[in-house]
Design a protein around this ligand. Structure first.
Ligand SMILES: Cc1ncc(COP(=O)(O)O)c(C=O)c1O
Length: 443
């Protein structure tokens, strides 16, 4: 497969979260996909170690999803989502509400994860306001968190590179410490150390006053920073502190949602029910951009009940909220999850996945491995230059070498993230981990 003539120049496209100038000298193009594999512009096959970008839980180019989207584009390509709705939006919302934890039965659609986070922040503020608590304007986030790239999400997020170029962000955001702990190194699943880190929330309450805080946002497993699995008891303790002080607990499940942890949501895997869940990615198997926010009934009821019938209750929404093609992709995806019992399959596969990944610990360069469900992070010792560590260089070299070796992984600084499709088979896991082993060993 050749690059088509109109893409012979790579100059016009500004790639996101990418070393643009370097990329354009040695581009990594993914031109076609099917199941567990990509093919690049040279026609070489690569195994997908990260399910797209945690999106393609069912593997790539599922014919049922493609057909549903294609059909939908010939039936209703667009309908305004404000004061009108397309029928599929109701069907998909009901399907999502069916698998969220009990009580989270109302679903607001967005265009992706970042928009879901902003939406959840606004809903939190709106809910406190209608209850006469509009002074609750502070948010709590966490170091090393990723909540997308819009200003709210960057402000509650905790990844320095995503923050340092963009000024002060939202005022009134406090951060808890992250949950990486030396004591839990190389332990699969939830580490025994660290539940007390949840007390950071109590300290923030003590500092600012409980009635100042609107919501606490956490990813059940912090994904983009390199897969930080919550210590045993940590999420439970956050829930208790939120309950004690009227703070909404929001789980950002943009990565964890739809089976990645072996249940529909991390909330169910970890046995903690938040007040709001943000989601995106595998909602549509990544086939069409879409995100969603599921909220507890009492939040929906209070916000919608606060204005007389006929009045708009939440002045918020996106042109592409509940886009018909996205809804069609979402419905087709959710049907497959049910029919093929995908989440149960993921739970059954997880121990075999983690066994293989944790076997990489014998490599000299590997300094820690974490994992839960079908999600794992492998830390590599940073490369040295003139006797000093050069953070990120080894990770980037591994990303490039993996691509040349026929493997697509996600790398954040010097951490490799693996998140295969939930439908992966043992032979796929072998291929991913074997290729990664060779690449790391040579790095
Ligand atoms: C936890 C979390 N929240 C939000 C986002 C942002 O999603 P998007 O890139 O669709 O805006 C991501 C993306 O990876 C994520 O992992």
């Amino acid at each position: 497969m050749n690059i088509p003539a109109h893409t012979n120049s790579l100059e016009a496209y500004w790639l996101p979260f990418t070393a643009n100038r370097h990329f354009k000298k040695a581009p990594r193009l993914l031109a076609r996909a099917e199941g567990m594999y990509y093919w690049n512009h040279r026609g070489e096959q690569l195994i997908d170690g990260c399910a797209g970008l945690f999106t393609s839980a069912l593997g790539h180019c599922r014919p049922e999803i493609a057909a549903a989207v294609a059909d939908q584009l010939g039936i209703l390509d667009f309908s305004p989502p404000f004061q009108f709705a397309n029928p599929l939006a109701f069907e998909l919302a009901a399907m999502v509400a069916e698998i969220t934890p009990e009580g989270l039965n109302h679903v607001f659609f967005t265009g992706g994860g970042s928009e879901s986070v902003e939406t959840a922040m606004k809903i939190a503020l709106a809910w406190h306001r209608v209850r006469g608590q509009s002074q609750r304007q502070r948010f709590v986030g966490r170091e090393r968190a990723y909540h997308g790239v819009n200003f709210g999400g960057v402000s509650i997020g905790g990844m320095v590179k995503n923050r340092e170029s963009y000024g002060i962000g939202l005022p009134g955001v406090a951060h808890m410490r992250h949950t990486w702990l030396d004591e839990n190194r190389f332990l699969p699943g939830q580490g025994p150390a660290g539940a007390e880190l949840a007390e950071d929330l109590q300290r923030i309450v003590d500092l600012h006053g409980a009635d100042q805080i609107a919501a606490c946002f956490v990813e059940p497993i912090a994904g983009s920073t390199g897969v930080l699995v919550p210590p045993q008891g940590y999420l439970q303790r956050l829930r208790e502190i939120c309950d004690a002080h009227g703070i909404l607990l929001v789980f950002d499940e943009v990565i964890c949602g739809f089976g990645r942890t072996g249940a529909a949501f991390g909330a169910q895997s970890f046995g903690v029910t938040p007040d709001i869940i943000t989601m995106a990615k595998a909602l549509t198997n990544g086939a069409v951009p879409m995100g969603a926010v599921a909220v507890k009934d009492e939040i929906y009821d209070a916000v919608t009940g606060a204005v007389p019938e006929g009045g708009i209750e939440l002045f918020h929404g996106y042109t592409y909220s509940a886009h018909p093609a996205a809804c069609a992709a979402g419905i087709a995806t959710q049907r497959i999850y049910r029919e093929e019992r995908t989440f149960e399959g993921a739970a059954a596969l997880a121990p075999r996945f983690l066994d293989r990944v944790f076997a990489l610990r014998d490599l000299d360069a590997v300094t820690d491995i974490r994992g839960y469900g079908l999600l794992a992070g492998i830390d590599l010792a940073p490369a040295q230059e003139a006797g000093r560590p050069k953070p990120g260089a080894r990770g980037y070299a591994v990303l490039q070498a993996a691509y040349e070796a026929g493997l697509v992984v996600r790398v954040t600084m010097d951490t490799v993230i693996l998140a295969p499709a939930l439908v992966a088979e043992d032979a796929h896991l072998d291929e991913i981990v074997d290729k990664l082993r060779r690449v790391i060993a040579a790095s």
